[in-house]
Design a protein around this ligand. Structure first.
Ligand code: ATP
Ligand code: MG
Length: 208
């Protein structure tokens, strides 16, 4: 049976990686199914090379998007799709919505172009559930000890990205927006509660 594909999104330092790991551990303990935690950029061998370039070299905005898309294509084909098709839940720390938020809303790359490229690489795959961990850009940046090239884009840039995520969240029911500024246990409880609700719905939908 195909399994669920879950993504965690949000601006830099919002707590994605922390929450993704907690969610993975809870699923492993409570759900009796295999679960893998992966992330973008860099979830595959090719992806980790692309990640180095993306995080360290200045480049044109479209080049940046295409490199993320190349990484994503590899990620889908070599890891995400084979895993969910083999009955393993996949949690990805960032996915498609990161490009719409950062390169689209943040940098002004054409949404039509982004969606067009995504439609080729996903072949219809989209997350079954996406958590957006929402924090003020100031809070996210304060939490980060060391920033990379994209995180150095500045507060105005991160504000556009954050607003982009909120805009996206209104377009599809797969999104759950979580307030990320509270204590991390409170944030993880909220994610877990929502996961259980969506998990139940998803299992029901598979019976149809
Ligand atoms: N709710 C929270 N309250 C306080 N600190 C937190 C909270 N969640 C995460 N942190 C801390 O903030 C820092 C950034 O968290 P994390 O690495 O999970 O964010 P991220 O969204 O994955 O960042 P990036 O976009 O850089 O990958 C870490 O040091 C983490 O321990
Ligand atoms: Mg992270």
């Amino acid at each position: 049976m195909r399994e669920m594909f879950i993504t965690i999104e949000g601006i830099d330092g919002c707590g994605k990686s922390t929450q993704a790991l907690i969610l993975k551990e809870k699923i492993a303990i409570h759900c009796g199914v295999g679960v893998v935690l992966t992330g973008e950029p860099g979830g595959t061998t090719v992806g980790s090379i692309v990640r180095e370039v993306l995080l360290n070299k200045d480049m044109d905005n479209v080049t940046e998007f295409l490199l993320f898309a190349a990484d994503r294509n590899e990620h889908i084909k070599s890891l995400i799709r084979p895993s969910i098709n083999n009955g393993i839940i996949v949690i990805s720390d960032r996915f498609l919505d990161s490009s719409v938020a950062y390169q689209g809303f943040g940098r002004g790359v054409s949404f039509d172009f982004i969606n067009y490229v995504h439609s080729f690489i996903t072949q219809g795959l989209k997350p079954d559930l996406t958590f957006i961990v929402d924090v003020e850009p100031e809070v996210g940046l304060r939490r980060l000890k060391k920033t990379d090239r994209i995180e150095n884009g500045g507060l105005e840039f991160l504000r556009r990205v954050r607003e982009g995520y909120i805009e996206l969240s209104k377009r599809d029911r797969r999104f759950v927006v979580i307030k990320g500024e509270m204590d991390l246990d409170i944030v993880s409880d909220e994610i877990w509660e929502n996961f259980l609700i969506r998990r139940k719905e998803w299992i029901e939908s598979q019976k149809d």
